[in-house]
Ligand binder design. Structure first.
Ligand code: 13P
Length: 303
């Protein structure tokens, strides 16, 4: 088994060099995929890596909207090992539903979470991620905002901003499985541990946390904080990097239900086949891409 793993790892790395490809992986990807990636990170970091690469091809291990962003920002060919890896949260907002909300609140800026389709990004004023949402809302000139599509992150922004925030009613099914009782139970079991939860969690869960952070923020916080243990309220894939980068610390997943089936669809075999056959190309119509690019660049300028 270990021998097999070494073989496919070597095959992926040599094909990657031959094809001048960049392998990007989100923090929630399975360990074998994280281990062969050129870069593992959160949504904002991955967007920046895609934008600045000089490689000819990007192979994106994550979910569809992330690969779409890589395509839009890099202009390079982007392949996904498993095209069916989608994001149910991103699929909750259609262009029509968002425009209907805009009719209701015409003075509002449309601030759209990166977990959204390119079509919705194209009708947005600016994009944000979990790492910069509050900053972006504070920096734009409009006093009123429609936050699309996540009511978790949007609700957290609303609680922490003096601006008027109208929430689109989308949610992440994985983060919404984490309940306040899970945090209370985990705290009772590990009273010394600090609780870190993703802003996509329910408001009552966020209220019980010591820190509300995106995946990149959690990695930075766990490294610099003197605590020896942490309860983690986000998708379980992040635990691998947390443990790898902090071997002397302990990490407890806040609920066994924190598992995103889409993030688990990509494995090393799919990645190898994708690189070999160059399948799963992500395409975004030019008109949509150029408008979505504008709102993404606005985010990068304000970050
Ligand atoms: P991060 O940008 O915090 O990694 O979040 C990505 C995501 O999709 C959370 O569900």
């Amino acid at each position: 088994m270990a021998e097999n793993q070494e073989l496919w790892k070597e095959a992926i790395l040599s094909l990657k060099e031959k094809k001048r490809a960049l392998i990007l992986a989100h923090n929630y990807q399975i360990p074998e995929v994280q281990d062969v990636a050129d870069f593992v990170g959160d949504s904002l970091e991955l967007s920046l890596q895609a934008q600045k690469t000089d490689r000819d091809l990007i192979v994106f291990c994550g979910v569809y909207f992330m690969a779409e962003v890589a395509r839009i920002l890099s202009g390079k060919r982007v392949l996904m090992p498993v095209r069916g890896a989608g994001c149910p949260l991103a699929n909750m907002a259609s262009k029509e539903k968002v425009l209907k909300m805009k009719e209701q609140f015409p003075r509002s800026a449309i601030v759209t979470y990166i977990n959204s389709s390119a079509e919705v990004k194209a009708i947005s004023d600016v994009i944000c991620t979990s790492a910069n949402a509050l900053r972006i809302v504070e920096l734009i000139p409009q006093e009123e905002v429609i936050f699309v599509p996540d009511q978790g992150l949007g609700g957290w922004v609303k609680e922490n901003s003096r601006k008027t925030v109208h929430l689109f009613p989308g949610f992440c099914p994985t983060h919404f499985r984490l309940m306040a009782e899970d945090i209370l139970k985990a705290r009772a079991l590990h009273p010394e541990a600090k609780v870190l939860v993703h802003p996509e969690c329910r408001p009552e869960v966020r209220k019980l946390a010591d820190q509300v952070l995106g995946t990149g923020g959690m990695l930075k916080f766990a490294k610099k904080d003197p605590s020896g243990s942490f309860i983690i309220g986000t998708e379980e894939g992040l635990i691998y990097r947390l443990k790898k980068e902090n071997p002397e610390k302990e990490f407890f997943l806040a609920s066994p239900l924190l598992l995103c089936p889409n993030m688990k669809k990509t494995d090393a075999v799919a990645l190898l086949n994708c690189l070999k056959d160059e399948t799963g190309e992500v395409e975004v119509p030019m008109e949509v891409a150029s408008r979505a690019r504008k709102s993404l660049l606005r985010m990068l300028e304000l970050s």
